[in-house]
Design a binder for this molecule. Structure first.
Ligand code: EPU
Length: 338
């Protein structure tokens, strides 16, 4: 366990933003995590996972813990299902690819989501009709104050749309060390309802897709629509899709009858923020090195040397224009640090 000083975080955040951590430590095991949390000389500690859901707006004065705990283990199985425990520092997409190689079904729709497995439950990652919670069984997390490992069931995680206990009451109090999934070994219950997947499979004339083919379709769609962070810094969807009540929705849809939406319940309608932003004329725009992606207006991008503050200023401008134009508030999905 080695504590580094004045470490650049540029390669630790997918926005590719230059900022420094006063102290930095890569944590490779649960034992090391316990040790580093006990260090009294660094009272303030901040956790970094895959760095794919953060915007760093200034240098960080605290000790940054980079969770790099690796390992995967089948903890139980029968003929139909497997319980797979994955340590927090495993890259999410590699976990998905590995599970597909074993013919374990359940994660295929979430192929190519950036980030690490241990941070996936915090915002209940999801894509193309499937969310992490659908295959989640439990996770282990260390309490920052007591260094005790606690097990969180699906219920205690209180998963919602891009939301969980760890984003609310549990925020800053726990560090997830592993996640356990229940995956199918045969008769996979696939989900290809999502329009874009259906279209992609149809193009290839695939009627009854395997989990591998679904993953390939998702990868193709994502590669078309979403920028590769290795090429163009970004953090996936910067904003959440706003959920509005029936009255607000009725007013909105009478003004914009062609707007896309998803009905969640009789009193909850989700409106794609990407559509709202595009209507405001912001898709593909660039202000210095901070920009809005040309294929998906929900994604803010760093064209090279944008600072976190540049991206934040653009985000605030977009939130204001959407609110003025539609009377609907949108809010960031990414964590803003600093
Ligand atoms: N749309 C536009 N303009 C845009 C973007 C979208 O008009 O610039 C419209 C689309 O035409 C479509 C609707 O908005 O009618 C929805 O678009 P899309 O299917 O691309 O999905 P989304 O709601 O914009 C969400 C997730 C993505 C996820 C996709 C697919 C959130 C915040 N984002 O985006 O997740 O990949 O669905 O399931 O829920 C992420 O969280 O980082 C992420 C990329």
């Amino acid at each position: 366990m080695h504590i580094q000083k004045n470490k650049s975080l540029k390669s630790y955040n997918t926005f590719g933003i230059e900022a420094k951590a006063k102290y930095f430590c890569s944590v490779g095991s649960v034992e090391d995590l316990e040790k580093v949390l006990k260090l009294k000389e660094y009272p303030e500690k901040i956790v970094l996972g895959g760095g794919s859901n953060i915007l760093i707006t200034q240098d960080i004065e605290a000790l940054v813990l980079h969770i790099d705990i690796k390992g995967k283990q089948v903890v139980a199985e029968n003929d139909d299902e497997v319980l797979l425990k994955v340590m927090a520092g495993e890259n999410w997409h590699e976990t998905v690819l590995w599970s597909l190689e074993q013919n374990y079904g359940g994660l295929e729709n979430m192929s190519l989501i950036p980030g690490n497995t241990g941070t996936a439950p915090i915002q209940n990652i999801g894509a193309y009709g499937v969310e992490l919670k659908d295959s989640f069984v439990s996770c282990e997390a260390m309490a920052v104050q007591t260094q005790k490992l606690e097990i969180f069931s699906k219920e205690t995680c209180q998963f919602g749309y891009r939301d969980s206990f760890f984003k609310n009451e549990g925020k800053g109090k726990y560090i997830i060390t592993s996640v356990t999934f229940k995956l199918s070994k045969r008769d996979h219950r696939t989900n290809t309802q999502y329009g874009a997947i259906e279209g992609e499979l149809l193009k290839k004339n695939i009627q009854d897709p395997t989990i591998q083919q679904i993953s390939d379709a998702v990868i193709a769609i994502r590669q078309r629509k979403l920028p590769d962070p290795q090429v163009l810094g970004n953090s996936g969807s910067f904003f959440k899709n706003p959920v509005v009540d029936r009255a607000t929705f009725a007013q909105f849809s009478s003004s914009y009858p062609n707007a896309p939406y998803y009905k969640i319940s009789d009193d909850a309608f989700k409106i794609p923020a990407g559509w709202l932003i595009e209507q405001c004329g912001y898709k593909g725009k660039r202000f210095g090195d901070a920009g809005i992606h040309k294929n998906q207006a929900l994604v803010l991008v760093n064209h090279g040397n944008a600072t976190g503050r540049d991206i934040l200023a653009l985000a605030e401008r977009i939130m204001a224009i959407v609110s003025e134009t539609f009377g609907i508030q949108i809010s960031p999905e990414v964590n803003i640090m600093g």
